[in-house]
Ligand binder design. Structure first.
Ligand code: 5GP
Length: 178
């Protein structure tokens, strides 16, 4: 039994084994695509940290990491596209091959803002790698070069994704029952 307002972990949409297998595939694909170059991964705090650190271990070309933290104005479940930078990158990205690593693309508004912001800093290339995407929710058309899994329009937690800062440590992705 759950008290009103409490949440519980529901259906598992992506198992721990599926996550690990797909992360390995993505790392290998990225290594092939960027062969002979070096890559800068930009993680969006905090959710992407878990995905990024696993992904990096499957990338066998020279790779560096940097992080950004952003806050999106809007309700807890709907981002507005108005984004505030809480922590910017440590270093310039001019002429670098840059890959933004995101946990999930929902409306796409946060990523659209990041693509514009980082794009204006003149990287050599700028692409996106997202673990999850919810195509039904997309409000803007975005080129996401690498995607782990397409999921239905449900609120999910685990593998970095939180609800009120909890559940990030789950090794799988599951629906949050509220
Ligand atoms: P967007 O700007 O694409 O609408 O929102 C992206 C951000 O919303 C993600 O980086 C994530 O922080 C949050 N988000 C979107 N969908 C979910 C979800 O199903 N679960 C969790 N925990 N966060 C989500």
């Amino acid at each position: 039994m759950r008290a009103p307002g409490e949440s519980a972990i529901g259906e598992v949409l992506v198992s721990a084994e599926e996550v690990q297998r797909r992360v390995a595939e993505l790392g290998e694909q990225i290594s092939r695509d960027y062969a002979g170059r070096s890559l800068l991964l930009i993680g969006v705090l905090k959710g992407a940290v878990f995905f990024l650190s696993d992904l990096m271990r499957f990338i066998d070309i020279p790779v560096e990491v940097d992080f950004m933290a952003v806050a999106s104005y809007g309700s807890a479940t709907d981002s507005s596209g108005v984004v505030r930078i809480l922590k910017d990158l440590d270093a310039a990205i001019e002429d670098r091959d840059v890959l933004i690593v995101e946990d999930i693309v929902d409306s796409g508004l946060t990523l659209q803002y990041l693509m514009r912001n980082l794009g204006s800093r003149n990287p050599r290339t700028l692409e996106v790698c997202a673990l999850l995407t919810k195509p039904e929710r997309r409000k803007v058309d975005l080129p996401t070069r690498y995607v782990g899994f397409e999921i239905p329009n449900r609120f999910v937690v685990g593998y970095g994704l939180d609800y009120a800062e909890r559940h990030r440590n789950l090794p799988f992705v599951a629906v949050l029952e509220r």
